[in-house]
Design a protein around this ligand. Sequence first.
Ligand code: SAH
Length: 217
Amino acid sequence: MSDEFDQEKIELVMALRKQGISDKNVLAALERVPRETFINTSFRRQAYEDHALPIECGQTISQPFIVAYMTEKLEVGDRMKALEVGTGSGYQAAVLSRLCRRVYTVERYRTLLRDAVRRFEALHLHNITSKVADGNEGWPEQAPFDRIIVTAAASDVPQKLVEQLKIGGIMVLPVAVPGSRGVQNLVRIIRTEEGVIREDLMPVRFVPLVAGVARES
Ligand code: SAH
């Protein structure tokens, strides 16, 4: 991998630290995953600017701060099994793959998943398993999960995903705020024996979680 972006990468990680990301493992994972690999050539120069960028199929790769923040809030451990809904470019899955034992990731666009898988292979990330499916269903055959991250905005917390979380497990996801178009609440759910504990973290903007697998020409 070229050193072209080394300086920008260091600056981004420093900026994330200033913005309150303090988990050393999370910062190290962001430093190790080349974001430029997940971005279309025309936007490559902006790979280490702290904003979301367009990817194929009208979707977006999240802003690095949001990736770092959600990952930190997930409190991932290296023995854990995590599910991601919304593979997109594959960047968030790649970051998680550096922190946990295995990542399962689900995407509704075949085109996006194919590109993401190529990137995982190029980067030798062998602990990521993926499939084209409707993430609202989770991945029942692989459940339960220690951690679940949803990177598209749900209208409500999907009950099927809660059911696929271990007791004590954590899920982070954007949830629509009624009447507030386009802005969602980033929510953290902890599953307990008695039910769930919900914590509202901050306002965010994600593309919507859409039902069903995408029809592509
Ligand atoms: N985590 C991604 C960001 C993805 S944007 C990254 O790091 O690049 C959100 C993604 O969720 C989009 O690719 C969109 O197609 C996908 N998505 C939306 N609804 C979905 C669903 N029901 N099941 C699976 N993926 C979904």
